[in-house]
Design a protein around this ligand. Sequence first.
Ligand code: HEC
Ligand code: HEC
Ligand code: HEC
Ligand code: HEC
Ligand code: HEC
Length: 375
Amino acid sequence: MKFNVLFSLIFLIFLNAKYLDNHSCNECHAKIYEEYQSSFHAKGYFNDTLHRKIADKVSMKKYDCATCHMPMADNLKDLLSGKARPDKFNKMHTDAVSCYFCHTIAYVKKAHTFNINTKARQAKNYKPTLYGRLDNPVKSDKHSSTSNPVYAKKVCMGCHSHKLNENNVTIFRAMQGKEKNKKEQNSIGCIKCHMPEVSGGAEKIDKRTRGQHASHKFLGIHDVEFRKTGVDINISTTDKQLSITLTNKMEHPLIIQPARAKYLKIEIQHKGKVIWKNYAKEPSEDKQGYFAYSFKKNGNTVIIPAHATKGRVYNLEAKEKKTLLYNIPIVKKGDKVTVAFYVQLAKSDCAKVVNLSESNLTQPQLMKEEIFIQN
Ligand code: HEC
Ligand code: HEC
Ligand code: HEC
Ligand code: HEC
Ligand code: HEC
């Protein structure tokens, strides 16, 4: 396979460079290190139960998730082929999406199944050069620094763009659809929302008195405040019809991950009594208000998409606005419409197949709520 040739090349290059582990950055970039540690990039096979359980379910032999979840591994090829297993004593394995990895991406190559990160060639026995976006960074004794335009253009797309399985079925996608006229997505938008500037210099001494740095918390769906900002909800009523307009403000689809479900819970109250709901028991009864992936293999529903032969997703595309219409009883002045938007980090069926039903991952979490009073 072409991939393997490429990986072995990358692998050879790595042997030359000295790996600086995550913790070694703490010496000078303490703030960034602390932010990063709280982020999901620091999570992986050893400290994210959902990840490990799904990985083991997919295969107890091969760990091909390593490409994106353990990209720094010095034995990447063996992990992918099943010759080696994740090793908790190897820092390149426990570091997950490591600082060093992100900061040595030289360019990102587009590919059909998933994009490929190409690492910078590092000269033997010299201190490594780390790439970033700072103008004129100060020298340090641990590494050289160079600004590289790939950080604005592509740095997130190596792992986040898309992934297809062996049967050409899309497992996840954070990039925009393929519609013509759409500009190719770059990473600067991702950085602006997910790495906002926060106070404090980029390193401890802050010799350049920058006073600010890009946050490395990479806030996302897990953050209660941040996740309120992704979608706007507008409510209006006409005679017997409820209209809810959802606007996805994010530069990616509403649903990226196949494990997730996001859905609306709508209630209309008249004098404090519920007179209408958008579903009786399961949120998925409301086909327009339930956003999720679903997969099939040979006609049967499957939960883990690794070997699925068909997949579909009901989604809100990047920047898409969608109006949902519901037939409702006549509403009178003072009636109250409550629209709550929930996320389930792991759908119940998904949690079940990896024995995580009891975990709080299946508990619906409120993302935001809007209230409308009829006048
Ligand atoms: C092409 C890169 C890529 C590969 C290969 C890959 N993943 Fe991921 N994975 C990602 C990205 C990017 C995210 C973050 C996206 C998100 O959270 O929406 C992610 C998120 C996840 C999550 C969600 C974690 C959470 O926050 O709840 C799980 C679980 C997961 N991956 C499991 C796996 C498993 C298991 C494999 C191997 C069978 C795998 N992934 C292979 C890129 C990849
Ligand atoms: C001995 C101190 C020291 C250590 C250890 C260190 N750095 Fe730095 N780093 C610096 C200094 C100083 C700068 C320049 C900051 C500035 O100009 O404001 C810098 C700048 C950077 C930049 C910006 C580069 C650019 O061109 O925009 C990145 C990225 C970076 N460091 C990553 C790391 C990572 C990753 C680690 C751990 C693997 C690390 N550093 C460890 C001192 C250090
Ligand atoms: C080397 C691969 C890789 C690169 C490059 C990468 N990511 Fe990720 N990212 C991941 C993986 C894997 C996860 C999921 C980790 C998990 O939950 O186990 C993730 C998770 C996330 C999350 C989810 C956080 C949450 O709690 O919901 C956000 C946001 C994110 N990444 C943003 C970015 C941005 C912005 C960039 C570019 C600056 C980027 N990522 C570059 C692999 C990568
Ligand atoms: C306008 C702001 C904005 C932009 C631009 C943006 N995001 Fe997001 N992203 C969010 C918000 C808000 C959330 C959390 C709410 C949600 O997922 O519904 C999120 C969620 C995520 C998640 C977690 C999804 C999950 O279910 O685990 C990942 C991964 C992610 N973004 C990656 C990216 C990448 C990669 C880019 C660049 C292509 C990007 N984001 C661009 C605002 C943004
Ligand atoms: C998912 C990829 C990713 C990971 C992991 C990551 N960074 Fe960064 N880092 C970036 C990007 C992208 C920027 C540029 C942000 C900008 O300029 O707006 C950046 C910027 C920086 C800078 C320059 C400060 C600034 O404001 O631009 C330093 C220093 C740095 N990172 C250090 C680290 C350290 C230390 C770690 C680990 C503790 C780390 N990074 C992990 C992507 C990453």
